[in-house]
Design a protein around this ligand. Structure first.
Ligand code: HEM
Length: 348
């Protein structure tokens, strides 16, 4: 076992690691789908932008959804963050500190991006400002995503932490890490794909041309994603890559399952079978989240042993937390129902 003295001792965990990780990954899945939607819908609107009445008429309701999705996307990140901190906190805090300057900037930038999404909607069909507000939102989201990809990659690779001895400014970005680029681009392309299918679903009963257009966006983004996915896989250290290619049975199965689901969702998209395509996309996303977790555990193999984490049960706190969390989710679902239930109404 490689000894890395820089790793702090982990704190005891209040519930079995398996439960905490399951919840973390579940909320991560919800978080990332919502973030995919705000970035992808933002990009679709930006590149389709036309100063035409018809464009505004058709897309205003999509613009209205972005701030709502934004707020829920951030809300769903919080449980993911909490569960991540409990199990991987000693790694995550360290990597956050190593890039602390860029990391802390996420907060003010996030506030600006959130307001920009509102400005975009409010000024959508009345001012040129809308397009630039959307651009600002997109640029900030791209910044935050890069910081998250960097932080989570760095968290998983404690051997990179030595960089601290040559850079104490809190500005460490793993530019030399070959998997950083495909991991980041994988997120961007996924955003376009997920949003394409959402766009198609949204217009499925209203406008078949638009719905078809959404499916086309999904299909081309997914074809691109297959290439980016292969790039991601081969950018990994060889021993880890090989685990996904037969070396580890479960990891290989999940990867193959994800690839098959992707291809099926693509085939059904080309056949304009929206719902089945969506079903396979959801299966793909679940498989990809598990792949990402497997990658984390393979990378951390020498540095973290979950079974060695000290368990000091706090079931009372855990139960109260879970109860409040479920209550909060119930309120959000109710809020969503109200927000999405009047499709024809555009309120100023
Ligand atoms: C618009 C803003 C945001 C964007 C674009 C974004 C994007 C991302 C991306 C791309 C990842 C995956 C990184 C990777 O592993 O490669 C991620 C993970 C994560 N994000 Fe966000 N995020 C945003 C806001 C937030 C906020 C505000 C929080 C905290 C409250 C947060 C918490 C997390 C956590 C905890 C994970 C990792 C979850 C896990 O590994 O289980 N995110 N985010």
């Amino acid at each position: 076992m490689q000894h890395i003295p820089l790793i702090p001792y982990p704190d005891p965990i209040p519930a079995p690691a398996g439960i905490l990780i399951l919840l973390e990954q579940l909320f991560f899945l919800i978080h990332i789908i919502l973030i995919n939607l705000i970035l992808g819908l933002g990009l679709i609107l930006f590149f389709k932008w036309k100063r035409e009445k018809n464009f505004f008429l058709v897309n205003k309701l999509i613009a209205k959804k972005i701030p709502i999705l934004f707020a829920i996307g951030i809300n769903m990140a919080i449980p993911a963050l909490l569960f991540l901190q409990v199990t991987f906190g000693h790694l995550f805090y360290t990597s956050s500190i190593l890039m602390g300057t860029f990391w802390i900037l996420i907060i003010p930038f996030l506030i600006v991006a959130y307001y920009s999404s509102y400005v975009h909607y409010k000024k959508f069909d009345i001012s040129w400002i809308a397009k630039y507000a959307l651009l600002l939102m997109i640029v900030i989201i791209l910044y935050i995503a890069l910081m998250l990809v960097n932080n989570l990659s760095m968290m998983e690779l404690p051997e990179k932490w030595n960089a601290y001895f040559t850079n104490r400014d809190g500005t460490i970005i793993l530019w030399n890490l070959s998997s950083l680029y495909p991991r980041y681009i994988h997120f961007i392309v996924a955003s376009v794909a997920v949003s394409g299918i959402f766009y198609s679903l949204y217009f499925s009963k209203k406008d078949s041309t638009k719905s078809h257009e959404g499916l086309k966006i999904f299909a081309y983004a997914t074809i691109t994603q297959i290439i980016v996915g292969i790039w991601f896989l081969i950018s990994l250290p060889k021993d880890i890559m090989l685990k996904f290619m037969g070396g580890n049975g479960i990891a290989t199965f999940i990867l193959v399952f994800g690839i098959v689901a992707t291809i099926l969702s693509l085939i059904f998209a080309f056949k304009s079978r929206l719902k089945i395509s969506l079903l396979f996309l959801i299966l793909t996303l679940i498989a990809m989240v598990i792949n990402r977790y497997n990658l984390r555990m393979f990378q951390l193999e020498d540095n973290l042993n979950l079974s060695q984490l000290k368990l000091v049960p706090q079931w009372d706190v855990f139960t109260i937390f879970t109860f409040i969390l479920l209550l909060g989710i119930g309120v959000i679902i109710y809020m969503l129902k109200i927000a999405f239930s009047r499709p024809n109404e555009v309120r100023k």
